[in-house]
Design a protein around this ligand. Structure first.
Ligand code: FMN
Ligand code: SF4
Ligand code: SF4
Length: 379
């Protein structure tokens, strides 16, 4: 039996994430008590949303009194948040707080007071008119420079920052997420609405942030679809009942134990995201690899050198009888191939270990693409 880090390789706020299943916030509903009841089946939870300054607390009161939606109502946000965070500490769930604030100072003051043991999630998602009028929620997606200022303010307090967005609201999601990453955000939590996996792939191709996919992800099939198009975790809000969360957790744990890479991308020519370069061939023919390299601004020669150098001296540095003379160019285990499988057998590498080695190669490729390469617009 593998441990959680071997299984998923996920660290958030310097802690191992037990399972890539999260609870997404619902104002007035998801608090520490809600999370503790479900703690055995999740890796991280975002409680809230909590309003943290005068304008947003007034907005919360207005929403709650109109009777349309529940809200967490209190007079002293710090006291309320402290007590919720202390309760969360009774479990090994990584605690996150979803916050509605209208200025960078509101966020940095809270972070200075509550410290770095929690993930701070900026609510740039809420579409309640009163919240938008208070200058938070979706307001931030229409005024990205203000959102970037909030991220910078939180990062100046040395804390881990997640940004919760709704896809399709900003002028261009790809530009936005690239800017969020450059401003210092650590996690992108995205409500995909009805956009599906094509949008998720676009976002994955535009930033290297830890990516949490959200919206109606209540079955393992749907979860797997999200993970194979770029998500690192999935989150559930409305249907975050114990049965659903336990089902997702058990299924992804089993899958990771069997396959070795729980969120392996599809092959590029089957709609995979940028991580799938790890499974791509030598660039010898006209296929989706060529435009993909053009979009990331990487010459073919650099791509070839990058992969060969990355596997040198590793277990993937073998495979004379494969198509291109090295396992570094070989396909995903879901594509049947006797030449690859023969090579793996001779080298004493299990199919699961092969996928883990491909994951390491993909991590290195992502790092090269986003940290060492000048990227064009990706799709
Ligand atoms: C009643 C309710 C309250 C919500 N409150 C918040 C909130 O305070 N902050 C936030 O970022 N998202 C909030 N959301 C959005 C959810 O976190 C989630 O993005 C959305 O419900 C889609 O995911 P689901 O299909 O798993 O429910 C709320 C959703 C609901 C239904
Ligand atoms: S290089 Fe191979 S795996 Fe990649 S897109 Fe082309 S044919 Fe598909
Ligand atoms: S040897 Fe098999 S796995 Fe490797 S590149 Fe060729 S077809 Fe793909």
């Amino acid at each position: 039996m593998m441990d959680a880090f071997e299984r998923f390789g996920l660290l958030i706020n310097d802690r191992v994430v037990r399972t890539p299943v999260a609870i997404a916030s619902m104002a007035g509903i998801v608090d520490a008590g809600y999370v503790l009841e479900r703690a055995d089946h999740i890796g991280i939870a975002f409680i809230g949303g909590y309003s943290i300054d005068g304008p947003t607390m007034d907005a919360a009161r207005a929403i709650a009194s109109s009777g349309d939606r529940k809200e967490f109502i209190y007079d002293a946000p710090v006291i309320e948040l402290k007590s919720q965070i202390d309760l969360m500490a009774k479990s090994d769930v990584i605690p996150g707080i979803n916050l509605r604030g209208s200025t960078p100072e509101s966020f940095s003051t809270i972070a200075r007071t509550l410290g770095d043991r929690i993930v701070y999630e900026i609510d740039a998602h809420c579409q309640q008119p009163a919240m938008i009028a208070a200058g938070c929620g979706e307001f931030y997606l229409k005024h990205p420079e203000k959102l970037l200022a909030v991220i910078r303010a939180l990062k100046s307090e040395g804390v881990t920052v997640s940004v919760k967005i709704r896809a399709g609201v900003a002028d261009d999601d790809r530009t936005l997420v690239g800017e969020l990453w450059k401003a210092g955000a650590d996690i992108l939590h995205v409500d995909l609405m009805d956009f599906g996996t094509a949008k998720l792939r676009q976002i994955r191709n535009a930033c290297p942030l830890v990516l949490i996919a959200n919206n109606s992800i209540t079955t393992f099939d749907r979860m797997k679809d999200m993970l194979s198009h770029g998500a690192d975790l999935v989150s559930v809000a409305r249907q975050s009942d114990i049965r659903t969360l336990a089902g997702l957790d058990a299924a992804i744990t089993r899958y990771a134990e069997e396959e070795g890479w729980y969120n392996a991308p599809k092959q590029l020519c089957r709609g995979g995201d940028i991580r799938s370069l790890t499974f791509c061939c030598m660039p010898v023919k006209e296929c989706p690899l060529i435009p993909a390299l053009t979009r990331i601004g990487m010459p073919k020669e650099t791509y070839i050198r990058m992969k060969l150098e990355a596997v040198r001296g590793t277990q993937l540095d073998t495979g004379k009888q494969t198509c291109f003379g090295s396992l570094s160019w070989c396909c995903k285990t879901s594509s049947p191939c006797m030449f690859r499988d023969m090579t793996l057998k001779q080298a004493g590498i299990s199919r699961k270990e092969y996928m883990r080695l491909k994951r390491d190669l993909s991590d290195m490729i992502m790092s090269r693409v986003f940290h060492d390469n000048t990227q064009d617009e990706t799709s």
